[in-house]
Design a binder for this molecule. Structure first.
Ligand code: DGT
Ligand code: CA
Ligand code: CA
Ligand code: ZN
Length: 579
């Protein structure tokens, strides 16, 4: 059994045709024929395009596929469209197909909702469910109303992109569960999550198995699964109880590498790769690299890339941002790795808004094998954060020193602060306080809407303070809540480099700031980059992985990253900045 996108794509089109015909009250026989064909294609072992090489006759010979559907399959393979499907879409209000995606609403129900209550979109569906208007329809009781409302929320939630850090760890649990199934040889995360993209539309999982049906049946019964959208021998799509959509693709073990490559994407990367393959007379798809009918690679990603004359390309680079050209020319960058990180350069303790005491932080850092940890509580201007007033700073520094003495400096806690940048670029602590701190981060927490010019001047003035080391979460964005502030980043980065200062990639899952593209620019301009988690609780320290993933997407190597340095080198750098 081999997963093929074409089988799934055509199956989806046939299923939609069936739904639309059903909605329009077409003959039940015809509806059933499309549905049966869709189901057959989903479960079919062979790529349909392979069968199609034998022409209409070969397709016609498949169970559930008659002459008419065989022609439509060919039409799709040739043009990427099916005219009948396009024509039906003209006749069925576009929102109605979305309404039919809500589990529990089939074409018949959708039709009644449309005819009797005018429901032609998800927002209208929400309205009739919430108002209880839907109870007027026969067969609709309170229980069904609540269930549909719940399912509607799942569909709506799945339509939203989510920060990667919100879903990555639960995706890993699903992978571990898949790996425990006896039929599964290996499993992995693919898609945007594997590329460490800051937000993900859904989670894509891949499993290698010769028994797709059994894997898919087991998968849809996982306790995290709330609703099943589809389950076939080559793929399954579900909603988790969190509303997250998960796509599982099941592929033959010999096609693991090509499947992983294909479903990791990005689409742009894969398209560029395919063009390169064509130049060498090869074809790449999810089940292998092909020279004519002969599979020349497929088992691992390494051999897939090698067959195209390329070294393996790390997933975070796969965005068609020059990585294929770099790979071809032997110029792929060395990327920073999580194991190289020797400490976290922004964490908050109970002295400001953190939940962890200094002792707990030291223990958490030790358990991660860190050499050091920068304790960077807020200054008072960030009122919600209960910042440390200047007169309390010496006491806080003494408390940090006491812990270091107790632990023999392993890990070493750096006495730092995250100091608020005031609207005019002044800082929230006077210089004589800043001078006592070993590491000073500065950052924006208010006045996000200044003009680009004012904001730029504000940031420049802040980093020009001689005691400052790092511009933290420079754009101040909050994923899904607040966009980046505007500034002339090249000017800010260039000045920071002249001053020998660093910018941060804050790995807190809702920030990821600097974002990948800006961080790449900072690296190109020769700036040092500091990776941190902005942790406010012990388990936030794991967000270092997201900071590293973002650094990799920014093409940053270990030399660019401040905290790949050991403690002594880091402290030399910190004093050097002020030198
Ligand atoms: P997302 O989910 O929006 O965060 O982004 P992705 O990259 O995870 O995209 P998704 O979930 O639609 O598809 C997963 C991967 O499958 C994608 O990265 C590449 C592959 N893929 C999906 N559709 C196509 C396609 O039409 N052509 C090609 N070459 N690959 C595709
Ligand atoms: Ca995805
Ligand atoms: Ca997907
Ligand atoms: Zn902050």
């Amino acid at each position: 059994m081999i997963v093929t996108m074409k089988n799934a794509e055509i199956a989806r089109i046939f299923a939609e045709i069936a739904d639309m015909l059903d909605f329009l009250g077409d003959s039940p026989f015809r509806v059933r024929a499309y549905r049966a064909a869709a189901r057959y294609l989903m479960d079919m072992e062979e790529p349909v395009e392979r069968v199609a090489e034998g022409g209409v006759k070969a397709l016609d010979a498949l169970p559930y596929i008659g002459h008419d559907l065989a022609l439509k399959i060919l039409e799709y393979l040739e043009t990427g469209k099916v005219r009948k499907h396009e024509e039906l879409k003209e006749k069925v209000p576009p929102g109605v197909l979305e309404v039919m995606r809500v589990p529990g609403i089939g074409p018949r129900t959708a039709k009644r909702l449309y005819d009797e209550l005018g429901v032609d979109s998800l927002p209208k569906l929400r309205r009739v469910l919430e108002s209880g208007e839907v109870l007027k329809l026969s067969g609709f009781g309170e229980k069904k109303r609540l269930r549909l409302l719940h399912n509607l929320e799942l569909v709506e939630a799945a339509g939203r992109r989510r920060p990667l850090g919100e879903v990555l760890w639960s995706a890993r649990e699903l992978v571990a569960r898949l790996e425990r199934l006896p039929q599964v040889e290996q499993a992995a995360i693919a898609g945007s999550a594997r590329r460490y993209k800051e937000t993900v539309g859904d989670i894509d999982l891949l499993a290698a198995s010769r028994r797709g049906r059994a894997v898919s049946d087991a998968f849809v019964r996982f306790p995290e699964v709330d609703e099943v959208l589809l389950a076939g021998a080559s793929r399954a799509t579900v909603f988790l109880r969190t509303g997250l959509q998960v796509d599982l693709k099941i592929i033959a073990p010999e096609a693991w590498g090509s499947g992983l490559q294909y479903f990791t994407g990005s689409k742009d990367h894969s398209i560029k790769l395919r063009t390169l393959a064509l130049d060498r007379g090869l074809k790449v798809n999810e089940y292998g690299v092909w020279k004519g009918a002969e599979r020349v690679a497929g088992e691992t990603e390494e051999v897939v890339y090698a067959a195209l004359g390329l070294p393996w390309i790390p997933p975070p680079l796969r965005e068609d941002r020059g990585e294929i050209e770099a790979a071809r020319d032997g110029k792929l960058p060395e990327l920073v790795r999580l194991e190289q990180i020797k400490g976290d350069l922004q964490v908050h303790s109970t002295w400001s808004d953190g939940k962890m005491t200094l002792e707990e932080l030291a223990a958490a850092a030790a358990s991660r094998g860190y050499e050091y940890l920068a304790i960077t509580d807020h200054s008072p201007a960030v009122r919600v954060a209960g910042g440390v007033p200047p007169e309390k700073v010496p006491e806080r520094i003494a408390a940090i020193r006491a812990i270091n003495e107790k632990n023999g400096g392993r890990p070493y806690l750096l006495a730092g602060a995250e100091v608020d940048i005031l609207p005019d670029g002044g800082l929230d602590y006077p210089d004589e306080i800043l001078a006592q701190l070993e590491v000073v981060l500065v950052s924006v927490h208010a006045h996000f809407n200044l003009s680009r010019e004012e904001q730029t001047r504000r940031l420049l003035r802040a980093i020009e303070n001689p005691y400052v080391h790092v511009l933290a979460h420079p754009t101040a964005r909050h994923l899904g809540r607040r966009g980046p502030i505007e500034a002339d980043w090249d000017r800010v980065f260039e000045r920071a480099r002249e001053l020998g200062k660093a910018v941060e990639i804050d790995g807190y899952y809702a920030r990821l700031d600097l974002p990948d593209v800006l961080a790449r620019r900072a690296g190109e301009l020769g700036l040092a980059v500091s990776l941190s988690t902005d942790a406010h609780a012990t388990d936030h320290l794991r967000f270092m992985e997201l900071a590293v993933g973002t650094a990799q997407r920014a093409w940053l190597g270990p030399d660019r990253v401040l905290n790949t340095r050991g403690l002594k080198a880091l402290r030399d750098w910190l004093t050097g900045v002020r030198g």
